[in-house]
Design a protein around this ligand. Sequence first.
Ligand code: FE2
Ligand code: FE2
Length: 121
Amino acid sequence: MIPRTSDILWQDAQHQALFEILDLLAEPDSDNEVLQRLYEYTEIHFRLEEYYMVALDYPDLETHRESHDRFREEIACLLEGGIDEPGFRNAVTIFLREWLQRHVFGVDKDLEAFILAADAK
Ligand SMILES: [Fe+2]
Ligand SMILES: [Fe+2]
């Protein structure tokens, strides 16, 4: 039985937290520890979205999960190589932020609407 939610503030709050970690990553003195934090928090967030998608039999589950997997792989790859060089870290932060914005304001919005509609039933 999935918990009923009158709204899904958890999703917005978690997205906000992800963007905050990305802000930290953009700081000149940030290091791989911040990237590790991003990886771990991303995992918590993706798992929760995936939990809802499975529980509600979400029609776009596969594509949405594949999209999450690409982001997971991207960060895992960066963690392996390290982001110590400032120019590279900047490029990485811009890339991750753009990806997240597209995802959050695209497919995540569709998911949000679906969860809310399911909740209203
Ligand atoms: Fe998502
Ligand atoms: Fe999300």
